[in-house]
Design a protein around this ligand. Structure first.
Ligand code: NAD
Length: 361
Protein backbone atom coordinates (compact mmCIF):
# COMPACT_ATOMS: atom_id res chain seq x y z
CA UNK A 1 0.00 0.00 0.00
CA UNK A 2 0.98 3.64 -0.50
CA UNK A 3 0.65 6.19 2.27
CA UNK A 4 1.44 9.89 2.45
CA UNK A 5 2.80 11.32 5.67
CA UNK A 6 3.22 15.01 6.51
CA UNK A 7 6.37 15.53 8.58
CA UNK A 8 6.64 18.63 10.74
CA UNK A 9 10.21 18.66 12.09
CA UNK A 10 9.64 22.05 13.78
CA UNK A 11 12.32 23.57 16.01
CA UNK A 12 15.16 22.58 18.36
CA UNK A 13 15.53 18.79 18.56
CA UNK A 14 12.41 18.35 16.40
CA UNK A 15 14.40 17.83 13.17
CA UNK A 16 16.87 15.52 15.01
CA UNK A 17 14.17 13.11 16.22
CA UNK A 18 11.87 13.30 13.17
CA UNK A 19 14.79 12.29 10.92
CA UNK A 20 15.14 9.06 12.92
CA UNK A 21 11.37 8.44 13.09
CA UNK A 22 11.19 8.80 9.32
CA UNK A 23 13.99 6.25 8.94
CA UNK A 24 12.11 3.72 11.08
CA UNK A 25 8.95 4.22 8.98
CA UNK A 26 10.98 3.65 5.82
CA UNK A 27 12.52 0.50 7.30
CA UNK A 28 9.05 -0.77 8.27
CA UNK A 29 7.86 -0.05 4.73
CA UNK A 30 10.74 -2.06 3.29
CA UNK A 31 10.06 -5.05 5.56
CA UNK A 32 6.27 -5.07 5.12
CA UNK A 33 6.06 -3.91 1.49
CA UNK A 34 4.52 -0.45 1.93
CA UNK A 35 5.60 2.76 0.32
CA UNK A 36 5.55 5.97 2.32
CA UNK A 37 5.79 9.36 0.67
CA UNK A 38 6.88 12.14 2.98
CA UNK A 39 6.19 15.84 2.65
CA UNK A 40 8.11 18.19 4.96
CA UNK A 41 5.83 20.90 6.35
CA UNK A 42 7.08 24.14 7.97
CA UNK A 43 5.46 25.01 11.31
CA UNK A 44 6.54 26.74 14.51
CA UNK A 45 9.57 29.01 14.83
CA UNK A 46 11.05 28.00 11.46
CA UNK A 47 7.79 28.94 9.76
CA UNK A 48 7.69 32.29 11.61
CA UNK A 49 11.21 33.05 10.36
CA UNK A 50 10.31 32.10 6.79
CA UNK A 51 6.78 33.50 6.48
CA UNK A 52 5.90 35.45 9.63
CA UNK A 53 3.28 32.86 10.59
CA UNK A 54 3.59 29.84 12.90
CA UNK A 55 1.11 27.83 10.84
CA UNK A 56 0.93 29.07 7.24
CA UNK A 57 -2.32 28.12 5.46
CA UNK A 58 -0.31 26.01 3.00
CA UNK A 59 1.12 23.97 5.91
CA UNK A 60 -2.33 23.20 7.32
CA UNK A 61 -3.54 22.28 3.83
CA UNK A 62 -0.57 19.92 3.34
CA UNK A 63 -1.34 18.23 6.68
CA UNK A 64 -5.03 17.84 5.83
CA UNK A 65 -4.10 16.24 2.50
CA UNK A 66 -1.88 13.60 4.13
CA UNK A 67 -2.89 10.24 5.64
CA UNK A 68 -1.24 11.21 8.93
CA UNK A 69 0.93 13.93 10.47
CA UNK A 70 4.11 13.36 12.48
CA UNK A 71 5.38 16.35 14.47
CA UNK A 72 8.69 16.85 16.29
CA UNK A 73 8.37 19.90 18.56
CA UNK A 74 8.11 23.65 18.22
CA UNK A 75 9.33 26.68 20.13
CA UNK A 76 12.55 28.03 21.60
CA UNK A 77 14.23 31.11 23.04
CA UNK A 78 14.48 32.82 19.64
CA UNK A 79 10.70 33.30 19.63
CA UNK A 80 10.05 33.76 23.36
CA UNK A 81 9.71 37.55 22.98
CA UNK A 82 6.66 37.19 20.71
CA UNK A 83 3.12 37.74 21.99
CA UNK A 84 1.06 34.59 22.71
CA UNK A 85 -0.90 34.39 19.46
CA UNK A 86 2.26 34.91 17.37
CA UNK A 87 4.39 32.30 19.12
CA UNK A 88 5.35 28.90 17.65
CA UNK A 89 3.07 27.11 20.15
CA UNK A 90 0.06 28.96 18.68
CA UNK A 91 0.74 27.04 15.47
CA UNK A 92 0.33 23.80 17.40
CA UNK A 93 -3.07 24.84 18.76
CA UNK A 94 -4.10 25.96 15.27
CA UNK A 95 -3.01 22.62 13.83
CA UNK A 96 -4.98 20.62 16.44
CA UNK A 97 -8.07 22.76 15.83
CA UNK A 98 -7.61 22.68 12.05
CA UNK A 99 -7.38 18.89 12.02
CA UNK A 100 -10.33 18.59 14.45
CA UNK A 101 -8.47 16.17 16.70
CA UNK A 102 -10.56 15.82 19.86
CA UNK A 103 -9.09 12.68 21.40
CA UNK A 104 -5.61 12.72 22.86
CA UNK A 105 -4.02 9.32 23.42
CA UNK A 106 -1.08 9.15 25.76
CA UNK A 107 0.43 5.77 26.50
CA UNK A 108 2.47 5.46 29.69
CA UNK A 109 4.61 2.40 29.40
CA UNK A 110 7.50 1.37 31.57
CA UNK A 111 10.06 -0.58 29.61
CA UNK A 112 11.48 -3.29 31.92
CA UNK A 113 15.02 -2.36 30.79
CA UNK A 114 14.39 1.19 32.12
CA UNK A 115 12.70 0.24 35.40
CA UNK A 116 15.46 1.97 37.38
CA UNK A 117 14.09 5.32 36.10
CA UNK A 118 10.68 4.70 37.69
CA UNK A 119 10.24 6.80 40.85
CA UNK A 120 7.96 4.18 42.48
CA UNK A 121 9.23 1.32 44.64
CA UNK A 122 10.10 -1.74 42.49
CA UNK A 123 7.43 -3.95 44.11
CA UNK A 124 4.69 -1.48 43.07
CA UNK A 125 5.56 -1.85 39.39
CA UNK A 126 6.61 -5.49 39.58
CA UNK A 127 3.68 -6.48 37.35
CA UNK A 128 4.68 -3.84 34.80
CA UNK A 129 3.12 -0.58 33.70
CA UNK A 130 1.48 -0.22 30.31
CA UNK A 131 -1.57 2.01 30.26
CA UNK A 132 -3.18 4.39 27.81
CA UNK A 133 -4.97 7.58 28.75
CA UNK A 134 -7.59 8.77 26.26
CA UNK A 135 -8.24 12.40 27.08
CA UNK A 136 -10.99 14.57 25.60
CA UNK A 137 -9.11 17.48 24.02
CA UNK A 138 -11.53 20.09 22.69
CA UNK A 139 -14.34 20.40 25.25
CA UNK A 140 -15.11 20.57 28.97
CA UNK A 141 -14.03 23.20 31.43
CA UNK A 142 -11.09 24.46 29.33
CA UNK A 143 -13.53 25.55 26.63
CA UNK A 144 -16.64 26.31 28.74
CA UNK A 145 -18.13 29.64 29.75
CA UNK A 146 -15.92 31.54 32.19
CA UNK A 147 -15.91 34.92 33.75
CA UNK A 148 -15.72 37.23 36.75
CA UNK A 149 -18.49 38.93 38.68
CA UNK A 150 -18.88 42.69 38.27
CA UNK A 151 -17.12 43.38 41.58
CA UNK A 152 -14.28 40.99 40.69
CA UNK A 153 -14.78 39.05 43.92
CA UNK A 154 -15.89 35.80 42.32
CA UNK A 155 -15.11 33.86 39.16
CA UNK A 156 -16.48 30.82 37.35
CA UNK A 157 -15.44 28.20 34.82
CA UNK A 158 -18.05 25.87 33.42
CA UNK A 159 -17.77 22.18 32.59
CA UNK A 160 -20.17 21.35 29.75
CA UNK A 161 -20.27 18.14 27.75
CA UNK A 162 -22.82 17.01 25.20
CA UNK A 163 -23.71 13.35 24.82
CA UNK A 164 -22.25 13.41 21.28
CA UNK A 165 -18.90 14.80 22.50
CA UNK A 166 -18.74 12.07 25.15
CA UNK A 167 -19.79 9.38 22.71
CA UNK A 168 -17.12 10.19 20.12
CA UNK A 169 -14.40 10.26 22.78
CA UNK A 170 -15.55 7.00 24.35
CA UNK A 171 -15.68 5.37 20.91
CA UNK A 172 -11.94 6.04 20.65
CA UNK A 173 -11.54 4.62 24.18
CA UNK A 174 -13.49 1.43 23.47
CA UNK A 175 -11.69 0.92 20.13
CA UNK A 176 -8.31 1.45 21.78
CA UNK A 177 -9.20 -1.06 24.51
CA UNK A 178 -10.07 -3.61 21.80
CA UNK A 179 -6.51 -3.28 20.46
CA UNK A 180 -5.05 -3.78 23.95
CA UNK A 181 -6.12 -5.77 27.02
CA UNK A 182 -9.79 -4.95 26.51
CA UNK A 183 -10.32 -3.05 29.75
CA UNK A 184 -11.72 0.47 29.76
CA UNK A 185 -11.97 2.54 32.93
CA UNK A 186 -14.00 5.76 32.66
CA UNK A 187 -12.68 8.25 35.20
CA UNK A 188 -15.00 10.97 36.49
CA UNK A 189 -16.44 12.63 39.59
CA UNK A 190 -19.96 11.24 39.19
CA UNK A 191 -20.65 11.41 42.93
CA UNK A 192 -20.73 15.22 42.57
CA UNK A 193 -20.75 16.44 38.96
CA UNK A 194 -23.81 16.18 36.71
CA UNK A 195 -21.60 16.20 33.60
CA UNK A 196 -19.78 13.16 35.01
CA UNK A 197 -23.11 11.39 35.46
CA UNK A 198 -23.76 11.98 31.75
CA UNK A 199 -20.36 10.41 30.98
CA UNK A 200 -21.33 7.29 32.98
CA UNK A 201 -24.79 7.06 31.46
CA UNK A 202 -23.36 7.37 27.94
CA UNK A 203 -20.60 4.81 28.58
CA UNK A 204 -23.10 2.26 29.93
CA UNK A 205 -25.36 2.77 26.91
CA UNK A 206 -22.41 2.21 24.54
CA UNK A 207 -20.96 -0.85 26.26
CA UNK A 208 -23.19 -3.35 24.41
CA UNK A 209 -21.43 -2.39 21.16
CA UNK A 210 -18.09 -3.57 22.58
CA UNK A 211 -19.13 -6.76 24.42
CA UNK A 212 -15.52 -7.92 24.67
CA UNK A 213 -14.42 -4.79 26.55
CA UNK A 214 -14.70 -4.85 30.34
CA UNK A 215 -16.05 -1.43 31.35
CA UNK A 216 -15.44 0.04 34.80
CA UNK A 217 -15.73 3.45 36.47
CA UNK A 218 -13.51 5.23 38.98
CA UNK A 219 -13.66 8.60 40.71
CA UNK A 220 -10.80 10.85 39.68
CA UNK A 221 -9.44 11.31 43.21
CA UNK A 222 -9.26 7.56 43.67
CA UNK A 223 -7.64 7.20 40.22
CA UNK A 224 -4.91 9.70 41.15
CA UNK A 225 -4.18 7.53 44.18
CA UNK A 226 -4.40 4.19 42.34
CA UNK A 227 -1.93 5.38 39.69
CA UNK A 228 0.83 5.50 42.28
CA UNK A 229 -0.51 2.66 44.44
CA UNK A 230 -1.08 0.01 41.76
CA UNK A 231 -0.68 1.38 38.20
CA UNK A 232 -0.57 -2.14 36.73
CA UNK A 233 -4.35 -2.47 37.25
CA UNK A 234 -5.10 -0.06 34.35
CA UNK A 235 -5.34 -0.75 30.64
CA UNK A 236 -7.23 2.17 29.00
CA UNK A 237 -8.46 5.20 30.96
CA UNK A 238 -10.95 7.50 29.20
CA UNK A 239 -11.71 10.85 30.76
CA UNK A 240 -12.55 14.52 30.34
CA UNK A 241 -10.18 17.26 29.27
CA UNK A 242 -9.11 18.53 32.70
CA UNK A 243 -8.98 15.16 34.48
CA UNK A 244 -7.00 13.76 31.53
CA UNK A 245 -4.60 16.68 31.59
CA UNK A 246 -3.71 16.02 35.21
CA UNK A 247 -3.75 12.22 35.18
CA UNK A 248 -1.67 11.91 31.99
CA UNK A 249 1.13 13.99 33.52
CA UNK A 250 1.01 11.86 36.65
CA UNK A 251 1.07 8.64 34.60
CA UNK A 252 3.91 9.80 32.36
CA UNK A 253 6.04 10.72 35.37
CA UNK A 254 5.74 7.16 36.65
CA UNK A 255 7.61 5.88 33.59
CA UNK A 256 10.49 8.16 34.50
CA UNK A 257 11.56 9.55 31.13
CA UNK A 258 10.25 12.35 28.95
CA UNK A 259 12.36 11.19 26.00
CA UNK A 260 10.38 7.95 25.73
CA UNK A 261 6.76 9.12 25.68
CA UNK A 262 4.65 9.29 22.54
CA UNK A 263 1.18 10.67 21.86
CA UNK A 264 -1.57 10.68 19.28
CA UNK A 265 -4.42 13.13 18.69
CA UNK A 266 -7.34 11.80 16.68
CA UNK A 267 -10.52 13.21 15.16
CA UNK A 268 -13.50 11.66 13.37
CA UNK A 269 -11.99 11.63 9.94
CA UNK A 270 -8.92 13.06 8.33
CA UNK A 271 -5.35 12.58 9.45
CA UNK A 272 -4.33 11.98 13.05
CA UNK A 273 -1.53 14.01 14.63
CA UNK A 274 1.36 12.15 16.29
CA UNK A 275 4.06 13.72 18.43
CA UNK A 276 6.44 13.02 21.28
CA UNK A 277 5.28 14.68 24.51
CA UNK A 278 8.61 16.44 25.02
CA UNK A 279 9.35 19.95 23.78
CA UNK A 280 12.06 21.28 21.48
CA UNK A 281 14.85 20.97 24.09
CA UNK A 282 16.92 23.90 22.74
CA UNK A 283 19.70 23.04 25.22
CA UNK A 284 20.62 19.91 23.24
CA UNK A 285 19.35 20.73 19.74
CA UNK A 286 21.57 19.63 16.85
CA UNK A 287 24.11 17.99 19.20
CA UNK A 288 23.21 14.34 18.54
CA UNK A 289 22.06 14.07 22.17
CA UNK A 290 18.26 13.91 21.85
CA UNK A 291 16.50 10.64 22.55
CA UNK A 292 14.61 9.83 19.34
CA UNK A 293 12.58 6.98 20.88
CA UNK A 294 9.50 9.11 21.78
CA UNK A 295 9.28 10.25 18.15
CA UNK A 296 9.90 6.70 16.92
CA UNK A 297 7.16 5.37 19.22
CA UNK A 298 4.88 8.16 17.94
CA UNK A 299 5.52 6.81 14.43
CA UNK A 300 4.42 3.38 15.71
CA UNK A 301 1.18 4.93 17.00
CA UNK A 302 0.70 6.55 13.59
CA UNK A 303 0.90 3.13 11.94
CA UNK A 304 -1.51 1.62 14.48
CA UNK A 305 -4.19 4.30 14.68
CA UNK A 306 -4.19 6.15 11.35
CA UNK A 307 -2.98 3.48 8.93
CA UNK A 308 -4.40 0.46 10.85
CA UNK A 309 -1.05 -1.34 10.46
CA UNK A 310 -0.90 -3.18 13.78
CA UNK A 311 1.84 -5.67 12.88
CA UNK A 312 4.02 -2.86 11.58
CA UNK A 313 3.46 -0.77 14.74
CA UNK A 314 4.34 -3.75 16.92
CA UNK A 315 7.50 -4.33 14.87
CA UNK A 316 8.74 -0.83 15.75
CA UNK A 317 7.84 -1.26 19.43
CA UNK A 318 9.61 -4.64 19.58
CA UNK A 319 12.68 -3.09 17.95
CA UNK A 320 12.75 -0.34 20.62
CA UNK A 321 12.50 -2.94 23.40
CA UNK A 322 15.28 -4.98 21.80
CA UNK A 323 17.66 -2.00 21.52
CA UNK A 324 17.01 -1.07 25.17
CA UNK A 325 17.54 -4.66 26.28
CA UNK A 326 20.89 -4.66 24.47
CA UNK A 327 21.83 -1.84 26.86
CA UNK A 328 21.90 1.14 24.47
CA UNK A 329 20.96 4.42 26.15
CA UNK A 330 20.80 8.06 25.13
CA UNK A 331 22.09 10.27 27.94
CA UNK A 332 18.60 11.11 29.31
CA UNK A 333 17.93 7.44 30.12
CA UNK A 334 21.46 6.38 31.01
CA UNK A 335 22.12 5.46 34.65
CA UNK A 336 25.80 4.56 34.35
CA UNK A 337 25.03 0.95 35.31
CA UNK A 338 27.19 -1.87 34.00
CA UNK A 339 26.08 -3.15 30.60
CA UNK A 340 24.94 0.24 29.32
CA UNK A 341 26.34 1.74 26.10
CA UNK A 342 25.86 5.45 25.54
CA UNK A 343 24.36 6.24 22.12
CA UNK A 344 23.66 9.49 20.29
CA UNK A 345 20.47 10.32 18.39
CA UNK A 346 21.73 8.95 15.06
CA UNK A 347 23.11 5.73 16.53
CA UNK A 348 19.91 5.08 18.50
CA UNK A 349 17.82 5.58 15.37
CA UNK A 350 20.11 3.35 13.31
CA UNK A 351 19.94 0.61 15.96
CA UNK A 352 16.12 0.63 15.85
CA UNK A 353 16.20 0.49 12.03
CA UNK A 354 18.62 -2.45 12.20
CA UNK A 355 16.41 -4.28 14.73
CA UNK A 356 13.30 -3.78 12.53
CA UNK A 357 15.11 -5.16 9.49
CA UNK A 358 16.63 -8.10 11.40
CA UNK A 359 13.41 -9.21 13.06
CA UNK A 360 11.43 -9.04 9.79
CA UNK A 361 7.65 -9.36 9.73
P1 NAD B 1 11.48 20.27 26.89
O1 NAD B 1 10.65 19.03 26.89
O2 NAD B 1 11.88 20.78 25.56
O3 NAD B 1 12.83 20.03 27.73
C1 NAD B 1 12.83 19.72 29.12
C2 NAD B 1 14.12 18.98 29.47
O4 NAD B 1 14.05 17.65 28.95
C3 NAD B 1 15.37 19.61 28.85
O5 NAD B 1 16.44 19.45 29.75
C4 NAD B 1 15.64 18.78 27.62
O6 NAD B 1 16.99 18.72 27.23
C5 NAD B 1 15.12 17.40 28.05
N1 NAD B 1 14.56 16.66 26.92
C6 NAD B 1 13.37 16.89 26.30
N2 NAD B 1 13.22 16.03 25.30
C7 NAD B 1 14.30 15.24 25.28
C8 NAD B 1 14.72 14.16 24.45
N3 NAD B 1 13.99 13.70 23.44
N4 NAD B 1 15.92 13.59 24.71
C9 NAD B 1 16.67 14.02 25.73
N5 NAD B 1 16.34 15.03 26.55
C10 NAD B 1 15.16 15.64 26.32
O7 NAD B 1 10.66 21.37 27.69
P2 NAD B 1 10.98 22.91 27.95
O8 NAD B 1 12.43 23.10 28.20
O9 NAD B 1 10.01 23.33 28.96
O10 NAD B 1 10.58 23.64 26.59
C11 NAD B 1 11.52 23.99 25.55
C12 NAD B 1 10.74 24.56 24.38
O11 NAD B 1 9.84 23.56 23.85
C13 NAD B 1 9.85 25.75 24.77
O12 NAD B 1 9.92 26.69 23.73
C14 NAD B 1 8.45 25.14 24.87
O13 NAD B 1 7.44 26.09 24.61
C15 NAD B 1 8.52 24.10 23.78
N6 NAD B 1 7.56 22.99 23.95
C16 NAD B 1 7.01 22.50 22.81
C17 NAD B 1 6.14 21.41 22.89
C18 NAD B 1 5.59 20.86 21.61
O14 NAD B 1 6.05 21.23 20.55
N7 NAD B 1 4.63 19.96 21.68
C19 NAD B 1 5.87 20.81 24.13
C20 NAD B 1 6.48 21.32 25.28
C21 NAD B 1 7.35 22.41 25.17
Amino acid sequence: MKYSIALIPGDGIGPDVIREAQATLEATGTVFGHSFSFVSVPMGGVAIDATGEALPASSLAACKAADAVLLGAVGGPAWDHLAGARRPEAGLLGLRAGLGVYANLRPARMFPALSAACPLRPEIVASGLDLLIVRELTGGIYFGDRGRSADGESAWDTETYSRSEIRRLLTVGFDAAMKRKRRLCVVDKANILESSRLWRETAKAMAANWPKVELSFMYVDNCAMQLVRNPGQFDVIATSNMFGDILSDEASMITGSIGMLASASLGDSGPGLYEPIHGSAPDIAGQDKANPLAAILSAAMLLRYSLKLEAEASAIERAVVSVLEQGYRTSDIATGAAGETLAGTRTMGALVVKAIKESGK
